[in-house]
Design a protein around this ligand. Structure first.
Ligand code: AMP
Length: 240
């Protein structure tokens, strides 16, 4: 049974940290649209040039562009057995597009909304540090390790000397305020979009990462999803 997990929540709620852990735990890819865009900017590709200014202002890049990126990632063989989406969908049209992309997949999308109060979000984002070379979050595995990126994504680039921890450019205070405003306007309506579905869960994101992880794993189980196994009793049979 495939786990299709969507992490909703404002910037700083812990989506990336949790997505990274759960993807590793369940052996499925984490698809972070923010990471994909940051990598494109770093590599100087056409995509990177197209999105750089928009991201620097804390605004959202266009739905069509993002949906195209996600469509391509979901079509990769590595995503056939499930995935964790981190940072997508962020608008109702993106969520509708995801429903369309999921049409051929029998297992449900489990949607987890990580709720954290604004003051705590601003505090967390101010404190957030990522590896300048691979983008891994210093807190991804909870230890804030200072020598080797705990979730290093490019050991060939940042292994030997250890990570150079830096703040993300769009974590500057003014940009964070704009990102929170964009979240309220564009992304919060997603909660209403998903709320009525059986596989939607709100999770209190104020707790320590391990507690939040447990709550998400419980949400996955409550949705009847057993990653890597057939459906639970009472559910439909898994299709081959
Ligand atoms: P994140 O790393 O998820 O906080 O994303 C960083 C930035 O990338 C956002 O502030 C947006 O500018 C852009 N971005 C990431 N995901 C999306 C998305 N699904 N839709 C539109 N813009 C996005």
């Amino acid at each position: 049974m495939a786990l299709h997990l969507v992490m909703l929540g404002p910037p700083g709620a812990g989506k990336g940290t949790q997505a990274e852990r759960l993807a590793r735990e369940f052996g499925i890819p984490r698809i972070s649209t923010g990471d994909i865009l940051r990598e494109a900017i770093q590599s100087g590709s056409d995509l990177g040039r197209a999105v750089q200014a928009v991201m620097a202002r804390g605004e959202l890049v266009g739905d069509d562009l993002i949906v195209g990126i996600v469509r391509e990632r979901l079509s990769r063989p590595g995503a056939a057995g499930g995935f964790v989406l981190d940072g997508f969908p962020r608008t109702v049209p993106q969520a509708e597009a995801l429903d369309a992309l999921m049409a051929g997949r029998p297992d449900p999308v489990v949607v987890v909304d990580l709720a954290v109060p604004d003051e705590e979000l601003v505090r967390r984002v101010r404190a957030r540090r990522v590896c300048a070379d691979c983008g891994a979050n210093a807190d991804a595995f909870g230890d804030g390790a200072s020598r080797v990126p705990p979730a290093c994504r490019a050991p060939e680039r940042c292994g030997a000397e250890g990570p150079r921890w830096v703040a993300r450019a769009d974590d500057a205070e003014a940009v964070v305020r704009e990102r929170l405003a964009v979240y309220r306007r564009e992304s919060r309506p997603l909660i209403d979009f998903y709320r009525g579905r059986p596989a939607f869960r709100a999770v209190d994101g104020r707790h320590a990462p391990e507690q939040v992880r447990e709550a998400i794993v419980a949400a996955v189980a409550a949705a009847g999803v057993r990653p890597g196994q057939g459906r639970t009793p009472g559910g439909e049979e898994a299709t081959a």
